[in-house]
Ligand binder design. Structure first.
Ligand code: HEM
Ligand code: HEM
Length: 186
């Protein structure tokens, strides 16, 4: 039986979704930066394929995470100024939105360029779009732009989590890492 969120903590499944997504995003950004700078070779094609497979896997993970979150709402935010509550909600919604939209642009862009996506090199996802280099260029341009917006937002998100933990000394980070200790209890 899976334990649910409590008023103090995200449950183990919600935490696993979050940390797995964080690792996958970091990996995808690193692969994205690396692969686009390589000269054409078999290795480059292989890294593109890994980027695409991991990106689609993250999309499926995010869809599952959102389903779980809908069934099991997150713990309420501790009392704080209304503006902080709104900023926290909007930034989480934007992060979720980007995790859904970014892979879609990557997937459509790759197919528009005429490169169908093969998951783990095993099976191909059917292309929903007609091949066109101009369309591919636009879609991948949007994909690159969104990936930088996600990187910026995730950096602010990490800075906010560290600020809460080390400066405000509240329970925000411990809601995601219950084993974390802090000098003062709230
Ligand atoms: C790129 C990586 C990351 C992404 C995309 C991301 C995304 C998210 C999202 C969407 C939520 C909302 C979860 C929900 O409401 O169900 C969240 C919550 C949270 N994240 Fe991240 N996160 C990332 C990395 C990190 C890192 C590295 C830290 C810690 C340093 C962190 C700390 C937290 C904390 C403490 C919460 C809970 C906030 C609360 O209780 O309201 N995140 N994250
Ligand atoms: C949240 C998931 C994803 C993230 C964070 C991400 C991130 C990135 C980054 C940082 C780049 C380099 C951008 C640049 O050159 O400035 C990139 C490029 C690219 N991504 Fe993704 N990506 C994701 C998902 C996907 C998916 C699912 C696909 C396809 C199925 C995909 C296909 C591509 C392609 C084809 C490029 C190369 C563009 C080029 O050659 O100029 N990405 N991605």
């Amino acid at each position: 039986m899976v334990r649910r969120n409590t008023p103090q903590h995200y449950d183990a499944l919600a935490r696993s979704f979050h940390w797995l997504a964080a690792v996958l995003v970091a990996t995808l950004v690193a692969l994205g930066l690396y692969m686009t700078r390589l000269d054409f070779s078999e290795w480059k094609v292989r890294i593109y394929s890994w980027h695409e497979t991991i990106g689609i896997a993250l999309f499926v993970l995010t869809a599952t995470q959102l389903y779980w979150r809908f069934r099991n709402p997150p713990p309420p935010l501790p009392p704080s100024a209304w503006i902080e509550q709104i900023v926290a909600r909007i930034s989480h919604a934007c992060l979720f939105g980007l995790l859904v939209v970014l892979p879609v642009f990557g997937f459509l862009g790759s197919n528009a360029y005429g490169f169908p996506v093969r998951m783990f090199g095993l099976f191909e996802i059917p292309s929903p779009i007609v091949a066109s280099e101009a369309v591919g260029e636009t879609l991948i341009g949007i994909h690159a732009l969104l990936s930088w917006i996600l990187t910026g937002m995730a950096s602010l998100h990490v800075a906010a989590a560290l600020y809460h933990h080390f400066i405000r000394r509240d329970s925000i980070l411990r809601r995601m890492i219950p084993s974390l200790r802090i000098r003062r209890d709230d």
